[in-house]
Design a protein. Structure first.
Length: 181
């Protein structure tokens, strides 16, 4: 009996592990942002309004220089927001925004697939090639390879075949917004 169940259990475990295949493991991602400390941030608007996306970048190390989380909306009008990470709790949190804190993440609520974080680094060009919003603000493009990626799915909608956007889990529980892999 156990011999018959073992292959079935292994198959179920394999299926469960493959559910995470859509989440990139190429770079570490660990980001936590507190609504209590930054309740007016554009980041929370993007987390609760379908079709809204923001770039999130970060500077500083929290030890020798103050950390700043910068948020830029996809609306093309709102100035970049500067959130100073000032509390002890925030300063004791390690942040890693995917490939590079200075390139950062794209975070937003898709219309059909929920809240996601994407790495802002072009997955096909390597180096430090940041993606930028296109004119319709629901897509991003790479200035080097000219690929255009759709933020609803992360897939390529224009340009050569290649890898989809690197995606990370993202959640907002009303208190904390988290992105991780």
């Amino acid at each position: 009996m156990i011999r018959r169940l073992l292959p079935l259990l292994c198959a179920l475990l394999l299926v469960a592990c493959n559910a995470d295949d859509i989440v990139s493991r190429r770079y570490a991602c660990h980001f936590v942002f507190s609504y209590e400390q930054h309740s007016t941030s554009l980041l929370f608007a993007a987390a609760t309004n379908p079709g809204s996306y923001v770039y999130v970048t970060m500077t500083g190390d929290g030890k020798t220089t103050a950390r700043h989380v910068y948020v830029t909306s996809n609306d093309g009008k709102t100035p970049r927001e500067d959130n100073i990470i000032a509390t002890d709790k925030e300063n004791h949190t390690t942040f890693q925004l995917g490939a590079s804190n200075s390139i950062g993440l794209i975070i937003g609520l898709t219309n059909f697939n929920g809240l996601w974080a994407y790495d802002r680094l072009c997955p096909n060009c390597g180096g430090n090639q940041a993606l930028n919003f296109t004119g319709n603000r629901q897509q991003v493009n790479c200035g080097k390879c000219q690929r255009i990626y759709d933020l609803e799915t992360g897939g390529i909608v224009s340009g050569d075949n290649g890898d989809a956007l690197m995606r990370y889990f993202c959640s907002f529980d009303g208190t904390l917004l988290r992105a991780w892999n």
